[in-house]
Design a protein around this ligand. Structure first.
Ligand SMILES: *Cc1c(COP(=O)(O)O)cnc(C)c1O
Length: 382
């Protein structure tokens, strides 16, 4: 496959392998593949299809619009959406069989009202606040919310299919406390007459390290993409394969003399005569400007440092006396098993996390797909 000017190549075989591996390691009856934010930048539809083909049985997204886009794309699996506009109309989501993650009495009422208009019950999952302090029903309101939900169930407006929460990953003690609180909520819901079939708390980190948080479903985001949620364990050590390779082609090569300044503000000057390669990706494409002078790229069999400021559309690499030509493939990050830097290396260089590196890849970078189950690369999709 000829490298495009700039492209993010997503290996759907890696997505499938990661789902299969995580299913085997985690062992829960259900696994939700989290494909919010355009599947962390990888492309929601192709990733959703690959994850379902590999055994994920739920998809998770943040908002209802993301869920409806999956339906429009032909995905008919169960989908949960959990973050809603204050004035949301849940009717489109309910009529498309989207499960609603609900965090307040207001949302419960909105779901029941929409269900009444449609003349059919909404399938909902109640989110409990257990220490993260984002959304989720506060413990002091659990009894009231469960009673309200039970009433709506009896009226045929709602069906409470699940209870869930989300961990802070702040410390083992904090997570243990959250699990205890969550279990208290699960018991209280049963006392209120609810009988949710899905109980879920863990995202990738807890799914891997905290068996007590697995219950009967885990919600896997970052692990699906083959990236590690941990600082002290790499993808490879977790048995995961990074799915995205961000790459482009050398747009220009220039020889400079010792002392020449490079890119805005001359953050870097050539210490000796040498060669520079121009790479046509910049912060508009999600290459973090904070990684100026700190990250490296792979060209052929060598790794070269980025020098000077990363600009909106481009950055410069010091290839020293190396032999680099216009048109050569430059890999910004990919699977380190290939010798390329990882998304985590970029995150370290930019002072952020690998989640942000892949999620922020810009619109100008076309996604293309490798699909080892087909003979030719899959067609590019949104
Ligand atoms: C994003 C998200 C996840 C996935 O988290 P990862 O760390 O990427 O596995 C799971 N649950 C909720 C509620 C989320 O918002």
């Amino acid at each position: 496959m000829v490298t495009a000017f700039r492209e993010a190549v997503v290996d759907l075989g890696a997505i499938r392998a990661n789902v299969a591996h995580l299913r085997a390691v985690v062992g829960t009856p259900h696994l939700m593949a989290v494909v919010k934010a355009n599947a962390y930048g990888h492309g929601a539809l192709p990733v959703a299809r690959a994850a379902l083909a590999a055994g994920a049985d739920w998809l998770g997204v943040a908002d209802a619009a993301e869920a409806l886009q999956l339906r429009t794309g032909g995905i008919d699996s169960p989908i949960l959406a959990w973050l809603h506009d204050p004035d949301v109309d849940f009717a489109p989501a309910i009529s498309q069989d989207i499960d609603l993650g609900l965090s307040s009495q207001r949302q419960l009422r909105q779901a029941a009202d929409a269900a009444a208009t449609l003349g059919r019950a909404a399938s909902v999952q109640i989110k409990l606040e257990t220490g993260l302090n984002r959304n989720g029903v506060a413990e002091s309101d659990w009894a009231e919310v469960f009673a309200l939900a039970a009433g709506y169930e009896r009226a045929g407006l709602l069906r409470v299919r699940g209870l869930f929460s989300h961990l802070s990953n702040a410390s083992p003690a904090d997570d243990a406390e959250a699990i205890v609180r969550f279990e208290r909520g699960v018991r209280l819901a049963a006392d209120a007459g609810l009988s949710p079939s899905l109980i879920h708390l863990a995202s990738t980190a807890a799914a891997l390290r905290l068996p007590a948080a697995r219950f009967n479903m885990v919600r896997i985001g970052i692990g699906l993409y083959g990236l590690s949620p941990f600082e002290d364990q790499s993808s490879h050590e977790l048995g995961l394969i990074p799915a995205m390779t961000l790459r482009g082609r050398v747009a220009a090569v220039r020889r400079v003399a010792a002392g020449a300044g490079v890119s805005y503000d001359y953050l870097w000057r050539a210490p000796e005569d040498g060669n520079l390669a121009l790479v046509p990706l910049g912060y508009a494409d999600g290459v973090p400007r904070q990684a100026s002078g700190a990250a490296s790229v792979r060209i052929g069999a060598s790794t070269h440092p980025i020098v000077g400021r990363i600009a909106m559309d481009q950055f410069v690499v010091d290839v020293g006396q190396g032999d680099v030509a216009v048109g050569d493939t430059v890999v910004l990050f990919g699977d380190p098993a290939t010798g390329a830097p990882s998304a985590t290396d970029w995150a370290d260089a930019a002072g952020t996390i690998n989640y942000e590196i892949v999620t922020r890849i810009g619109h100008r970078v076309p996604r293309s797909y490798l699909d080892p189950e087909r003979s030719a690369p899959a067609e590019e999709e949104g």
